[in-house]
Structure formats: structure tokens, C-alpha cells
Design a protein around this ligand. Structure first.
Ligand SMILES: Cc1cc2nc3c(=O)[nH]c(=O)nc-3n(C[C@H](O)[C@H](O)[C@H](O)COP(=O)(O)OP(=O)(O)OC[C@H]3O[C@@H](n4cnc5c(N)ncnc54)[C@H](O)[C@@H]3O)c2cc1C
Length: 255
């Protein structure tokens, strides 16, 4: 990884995790996309400390922790993607966020391609956001012992809940907008009467209005147009400035 970074000096770099929270421009991205794999997928557990490679699947990590009777990370049950992506965006649910369980992070600095350790207290975590500006390579979690069956039951319960409240089995990038303080973006979009609005192949989900689903060959431009309409109407009708939760990549920097 360090060798790769040295070769990419002065180039625009984008780190891709599982790609579950991203909208790429239809015309691509002028730069280098790095996706960690191989050894970066490894998970190791020693007593109550868990070390997970940034490319490890988050759901696999949750299951490994549960199997080892380790409690905590089930607040992230049902969130797709990688450990690196989850930590970068401080993924979570109303039960908690991944950052609550982090001990420290191993990362590579873009500027000098050097490996470094970021202690938890050196990183600012907030709602779906972190101050991390490096490539996360491994994450060390500190968890607590608990009963495996209770943890697995909690995970299953959260996954079942999602199945009835989110569009399942159709491509989407998760919640499009962050929730404004004490409000739900899904409810705002529903109140605007926008559920089911379709542009090209993209549609505001009937199941959960904060999801835009790819009904058929949707273009990023279709999704971006829907985002624009939602933001404009939310401002006009409720004076609310909705902020994207998804990361929009390449727009303004395409081939
Ligand atoms: C159906 C569905 C449901 C979802 N539900 C939730 C939910 O309940 N809660 C929630 O928080 N999110 C949710 N999401 C959003 C998404 O799954 C999470 O944000 C997830 O943590 C993103 O992980 P990823 O590996 O796919 O990251 P990506 O989407 O690939 O990347 C996200 C960001 O992380 C950065 N990144 C990725 N890996 C690294 C790394 N190694 N080092 C540095 N930066 C990195 C990327 O550059 C990018 O800026 C949902 C998504 C879907 C599709």
C-alpha cells in the first residue's frame, strides 16, 4: 500500500470500501481509485480486543464478534460495506455508532505514505462523519464479554426490522440525506409527497422515502436530479437544508 501511494504522488486518489454509500458520476472519475483487499480483510480476536482489516466485511465482523461472545458492534447490524467505510463515516443506527467501540486505528498518511496510529482521542467523530484524513488499514476495537446467543438474536432482530422498513433486493446507496437534528429526512420527503417520483431509471422509494432505488439502468444523473428536486422542495416548503449522507464522487472531476 505504501509503495502504491508513493507511485500515486500528486494524483487525485479515492479510497473505495464496499461502495455502498457512493454515487459515482456517469462520466467516471479522473484519478486513481484504491480498493483494499487480500490481507486487509483479516479479522483477529484476542480476549476483548478485536483487530479488523479495513477491507473486512462489516457484517462478517459482527458475526465473528458474536461467535466470540463479544458485545457492542451489533449496533451496526444490517449495515452493508466494509469496516474502513463504516469507521470513516462513523456508521451506526439509533442504537449507537461504530466509533463508540474503537480503541485505535492504524492508517497511512496520504502526504508522506507513512504508517501511523490514530488514537481514539485524536479523532473527532460526529453524526456520519469523522475527521479521518488518512487511509484506514486496520481498526482495533475494545468490546465487552456477553452471551453469544443474546448478541446473535439482537443482530437478527435488527436485520428483520430493516426488511420491513427499507427497500430490500433493489440497488440503492442507503439513506441519501442525513437526518436534520430531531427530524427524519424520510418523513420530510414523504410529507413533500415525493415518494415514487421517478426520473429515468431512478425512483424515490415507496418503502422509505430517504432511499433512491435503481429501478432500471438508472444513471447517476437521474439520481442527482432527484436529489436536487428533494433539496429544492424541502427548502421551499419547510425551509430545511437537507445535506447528503451519500458521497458524490467525480462530479466536476470527470474524464
Ligand atoms: C441498504 C443500505 C442500508 C444502509 N444503512 C445504513 C445505516 O443504517 N447506518 C449507516 O451509518 N449507514 C448505512 N448505509 C450506508 C453505508 O452502508 C455505510 O455508510 C457504510 O459504512 C459504507 O461502507 P463502505 O465500505 O461501503 O464505504 P464506501 O461507500 O465505499 O465509502 C464511504 C466513504 O468511506 C471512505 N472509505 C472507505 N474505506 C476507507 C478506508 N479504508 N480508509 C479511508 N476512507 C475510506 C470512502 O472514501 C468514502 O468517502 C446503508 C447503505 C445501504 C445500501
Amino acid at each position: 500500500m505504501i509503495q502504491v501511494l508513493k507511485k500515486c504522488k500528486n494524483k487525485q486518489i479515492f479510497i473505495l470500501g464496499g461502495g455502498t454509500n457512493i454515487l459515482f458520476s456517469d462520466r467516471g472519475f479522473r484519478g486513481i481509485v484504491i480498493k483494499l483487499s487480500g490481507d486487509f480483510k483479516k479479522i483477529g480476536i484476542l480476549n476483548e480486543t478485536v483487530c479488523a482489516g479495513a477491507a473486512a466485511s462489516l457484517s462478517l465482523l459482527l458475526n465473528e464478534c458474536a461467535k466470540s461472545n463479544l458485545d457492542g458492534l451489533q449496533c451496526c447490524a444490517g449495515i452493508p460495506g466494509s469496516v474502513g467505510g463504516a469507521v470513516y463515516g462513523n456508521a451506526g443506527t439509533n442504537l449507537g455508532t461504530i466509533s463508540q467501540h474503537i480503541k485505535y486505528i492504524e492508517a497511512i498518511d496520504f502526504s508522506n505514505a507513512k504508517l501511523k496510529i490514530l488514537n481514539k482521542n485524536e479523532i473527532e467523530f460526529s453524526y456520519r462523519k469523522s475527521s479521518i484524513n488518512e487511509i484506514i488499514t486496520r481498526v482495533f476495537f475494545s468490546l465487552k464479554a456477553a452471551n453469544k446467543n443474546d448478541i446473535l438474536a439482537q443482530i437478527q432482530n435488527l436485520i428483520d426490522k430493516r426488511k420491513s422498513t427499507q427497500p430490500i433486493g433493489i440497488a440503492n446507496a442507503g439513506c441519501i440525506f442525513k437526518n436534520p437534528p430531531k427530524m427524519s429526512s424520510g418523513k420530510i420527503i414523504e410529507d413533500l409527497g415525493l415518494k415514487g417520483l421517478q426520473i429515468g431509471g431512478a425512483e424515490i422509494s415507496y418503502v422509505h422515502a430517504n432511499f433512491i432505488v435503481n429501478k432500471q439502468n438508472a444513471k447517476a444523473a437521474d439520481v442527482l436530479r432527484l436529489i436536487e428536486i428533494i433539496k429544492q422542495k424541502a427548502k421551499e416548503k419547510f425551509n430545511i437544508d437537507l445535506q447528503e449522507e451519500i458521497k458524490i464522487i467525480g462530479v466536476g472531476n470527470e474524464y
